[in-house]
Design a protein around this ligand. Structure first.
Ligand SMILES: NC(=O)c1ccc[n+]([C@@H]2O[C@H](COP(=O)([O-])OP(=O)(O)OC[C@H]3O[C@@H](n4cnc5c(N)ncnc54)[C@H](OP(=O)(O)O)[C@@H]3O)[C@@H](O)[C@H]2O)c1
Length: 272
């Protein structure tokens, strides 16, 4: 099978590429930046904002792993179908279901995928364990982890589990027309995540509670305002649906999702 993976230079996409290559699939990795790729993986430099130029990437494709980037999802999906693709797996966001008014971009991608005529599966992860990379500098420099809403628990997910679900759903039949909510195995609070990194380091990490305003100012440096507001609402006043542990990772993979402490143990080098 030839599978096109977008976001191949990113956290999730990079791991999807690695899993598919290990499973012996033909992989075409698309990204704007160059990415370090396993041997045998074809790289096409491309921008999802310029789907007309993705023709080369899609030529001969059977399936597409799509993330939410670019302005015209319909044009991306048309190009994929023209190249031969029959299946698409979309990396959307839990917020598309729980707070569609803030998550218009993922909602637009979900709508386009449903209308694409391709066999589709939508993945809706909650917050990632790896969002604590935002603490790397302050932990390395001062053993401090700043975040708002320190005692509000959410079941964040390991990006490696998202990638494994994606790789499975791209290769297996039986997932067409499904929307999978992807969470970790249990809620943890930001304060508990800071402590788990401290435990992995063998040095305590001090949790520093931020105000909502401080957190918002930081988020606006790398997120559009609407997404920052949606994210703050989820972190500060999560709904029951956002607090809930989903059974979907276990349904697809036949094993429980990995905990935050497990992620911290595997990625401790970033904080040292
Ligand atoms: N972090 C969370 O808590 C969270 C929660 C729910 C959903 N999500 C979703 O998960 C996605 C993936 O997360 P991640 O951690 O893997 O992100 P990441 O590491 O930041 O990677 C994002 C990827 O998107 C690619 N990209 C961005 N704009 C592009 C464009 N115009 N054309 C082609 N590629 C483009 C980037 O590649 P180049 O820059 O090389 O092109 C990069 O490979 C996010 O984008 C978000 O929609 C995240």
């Amino acid at each position: 099978m030839m599978i096109v993976v977008t976001g191949a230079s990113g956290n999730v996409g990079g791991q999807v590429v690695a899993l598919l290559a290990t499973a012996g699939e033909w992989v075409t990795a698309v990204s704007r930046r160059t990415a370090e790729l396993p041997e045998g993986v074809r790289h096409v430099q491309g921008d999802l904002d310029d789907p007309a130029r993705l023709k080369d990437a899609f030529d001969g494709a059977d399936a597409l792993f799509l993330l939410v980037a670019g302005r015209d999802p319909g044009a991306i999906l048309d190009a994929a179908r023209a190249g031969g693709a029959r299946r698409v797996v979309l990396l959307s966001s839990q917020g598309a279901g729980t707070r569609p008014e803030f998550y218009r971009h993922p909602v637009a991608f979900e709508d386009a995928v449903r209308r694409s005529g391709l066999e589709w599966t939508i993945l809706r992860p909650g917050g990632f364990h790896s969002n604590v990379y935002a603490w790397a500098e302050s932990i390395r420099g001062g053993h401090t982890a700043p975040a708002p809403f320190g005692d509000t628990g959410l079941p964040t997910i390991d990006p490696a589990d998202i990638a494994e679900v994606a790789a499975t759903v791209l290769r297996e039949d039986g997932h067409a027309g499904r929307v999978y909510e992807l969470t970790g195995p249990a809620p943890t609070t930001p304060r508990e995540r800071a402590a788990a990194i401290g435990a992995a380091l063998g040095t305590p990490v001090r949790f520093a509670e931020q105000t909502r305003e401080e957190a918002r100012a930081q988020m606006l440096r790398f997120m559009p305002e609407q997404v920052a507001e949606g994210t703050l609402a989820i972190l500060g006043e999560p709904t029951d649906a956002e607090r809930r542990v989903s059974p979907d990772v276990e349904r697809v993979l036949g094993r429980a999702p990995r905990s935050f402490a497990d992620w911290a143990g595997r990625n401790v080098a970033a904080f040292r």
